[in-house]
Design a protein around this ligand. Structure first.
Ligand SMILES: Cc1cc2nc3c(=O)[nH]c(=O)nc-3n(C[C@H](O)[C@H](O)[C@H](O)COP(=O)(O)OP(=O)(O)OC[C@H]3O[C@@H](n4cnc5c(N)ncnc54)[C@H](O)[C@@H]3O)c2cc1C
Ligand code: FES
Length: 483
């Protein structure tokens, strides 16, 4: 099988890339391990924002004023692009423009807002303004910055619209197709786990975290779990807008209108922590609910709760472009952080231009091979990589429990067995399943995640289901059978 471009992953990054290249007349094939949007795109809260969560004041320190300006420009252009695609392709995805408000947590200071206001203005966002209060219905923000012209949409409706558009352009999407091998060159090719080879002029890895890059990219970004709830609030009781605070980790809030119902859904996220490094993830959801109820007493009931994963780059900006230390025709999009909707879209626009051999002023800023030698990024690089190195000491320690009998039904724990460790899951019926606890990516010991019933790797964020089947990379195989 062959195509002009093979794209791996059918989340927003892969599908937008396929759509934009299809529009250029390229024959595209998308290969997806699961279903459409079965990765993090299916878990998003879909704020479309250029109020970047690492703050323009920080970006200016790291990338200079021009870098901060390009970051603002590119995320704004991504919102415009999503709006344009939805209009052109007539995708009814509830896209709307709205204000976003950046407010302070209890311990926040006016100074941080004042500094961010100036930095946002220098980055070209001249309409950002500081207010004593947002003055919105149903939520007292207190002092805040207003970012006009942000967006929100319904991600699943949008992605299914993209699928129709890609197919209408003559592109092909294969779901339940796992890519095992990626080789750049002329021609480039990918090989699926069924052994099918697909050749192409270019390959785009849009798998949220790249599985084809074993080390380089994984020293530059770190995986974090984030938590979300959706609660009923009486219709009209809270102004439809995006809200974020400056806490670390921060809270992100939006409304989802529910047609013909008397309530809307208030969607609130936050309580992030490094993947595989929280013993009690259910407690994070409890804290999130407590925070939400304290700030939004209008809530009548919490209807949905879920969690997901974001990749946080150590120097605060995502990556899109050529895969470092690889052939020139292998591209990737990763490092989404809380802005993966816009980052994936601008990444797709950038990769379209690289494939079409056109100049793009964002190329250098998002280059996956970039090295940001600023004290802030070096400190973060060292902090995250020391954190990873510490995880390797677990290879020497005892297990979570001594024997399978100590594991409650419906739960999992790691056991030491001789020189290695075993991931033991006890199903609700008491049946015990064992596999190796050693992550096939780079050998860290996985941890049990009781909320998702998964084995999560604390080093670079690979995840496996209770039986050891791969859920997400950078590992590209299941946990091995227990020895
Ligand atoms: C709870 C939560 C809230 C968020 N809120 C926001 C928000 O409000 N605004 C915002 O901008 N961003 C937000 N984000 C981030 C954003 O959702 C993500 O960055 C974005 O969805 C990532 O898209 P993607 O296409 O890169 O990855 P994914 O959607 O994860 O898609 C990658 C796909 O690749 C497939 N794949 C992986 N490996 C292989 C393989 N070997 N072979 C074939 N296929 C493979 C996977 O199955 C998956 O479907 C949030 C994220 C989370 C988790
Ligand atoms: S994800 Fe890298 S060692 Fe597990």
């Amino acid at each position: 099988m062959s195509a002009d471009v093979v794209i791996v992953g059918a989340g927003i990054a892969g599908l937008t890339t396929a759509y934009l290249l299809g529009k250029e007349g390229k024959q595209v094939i998308v290969l997806e391990d699961g279903e459409i949007a079965s990765g993090e795109s299916g878990r998003t809260t879909a704020h479309l924002s250029n109020a970047l969560d690492d703050r323009y004041s920080t970006l200016e320190n790291l990338f200079g004023q021009e870098g901060a300006r390009l970051a603002a420009e590119s995320h704004g252009a991504a919102i415009d692009e999503i709006e344009r695609i939805a209009l052109t392709e007539k995708i009814a995805c509830d896209f709307s423009r709205l204000d976003g408000y950046l407010f302070l947590p209890a311990n926040g200071t006016s100074q941080e807002l004042a500094d961010e206001l100036k930095a946002a203005h220098r980055a070209g966002l001249k309409q950002v303004e500081q207010l004593a209060d947002a003055g919105v219905q149903g939520f007292k923000t207190g002092e805040c910055l207003r970012f006009p012209n942000q967006g929100q949409f319904h991600i699943l409706k949008y992605l299914h619209g993209l699928v129709d558009a890609i197919t209408a352009q003559g592109g092909h999407i294969f779901t339940h197709t796992h890519v095992e091998t990626v080789e750049g060159g002329s021609p480039a090719r990918v090989i699926t786990s069924e052994g099918v080879a697909v050749t192409a002029q270019a390959i785009v890895i849009a798998t949220n975290t790249p599985f084809n890059d074993r080390v380089v990219m994984h020293t530059k970004q770190a995986p974090y779990r984030t938590y979300v709830l959706a609660a009923r609030v009486p219709k009209g009781s809270i102004t439809k807008a995006l809200y974020w605070n400056t806490a670390d980790p921060y809270h992100y809030i939006r409304l989802q209108e529910v047609p013909e119902a008397s309530d809307d859904l208030l969607i609130v996220g936050g309580e992030d922590h490094k993947t595989g490094q929280e013993e009690n993830p259910a407690e994070r959801l409890r804290c999130l609910e407590e925070w939400t109820r304290a700030h939004f007493p209008q809530i009548t009931s919490v209807e949905y709760q879920w969690s997901g994963q974001v990749m946080e780059p150590v120097d605060c900006l995502g990556f899109a472009g050529r895969n470092p230390l690889d052939k020139d025709n292998v591209y990737l999009i990763t490092g989404d952080s809380g802005h993966g909707m816009t980052h994936s879209t601008l990444g797709a626009m950038l990769i379209r231009d690289l494939v079409m051999d056109r100049p793009n002023s964002w190329e250098k800023l998002y280059d996956p091979g970039r090295v940001t030698l600023k004290p802030e990024s070096i400190k973060e690089f060292v902090r995250e990589n020391v954190n990873v190195a510490t995880e390797y000491t677990e290879l020497l320690t005892g297990g979570d429990v001594a024997k399978p009998e100590d594991i409650p039904a419906g739960s999992g724990a790691v056991l030491r067995r001789g020189i290695t460790k075993v991931a033991v899951y006890k199903a609700a019926d008491g049946k015990v399943h064992e596999c190796s606890a050693i992550c096939p990516h780079l050998g860290c010991v996985v941890h049990w995640n009781g909320l998702e019933s998964s084995w999560d790797c604390p080093c670079h964020g690979s995840r496996f289901d209770a039986f050891g089947k791969l859920l997400m990379g950078p590992a590209n195989t299941d946990l091995a059978p227990a020895e």
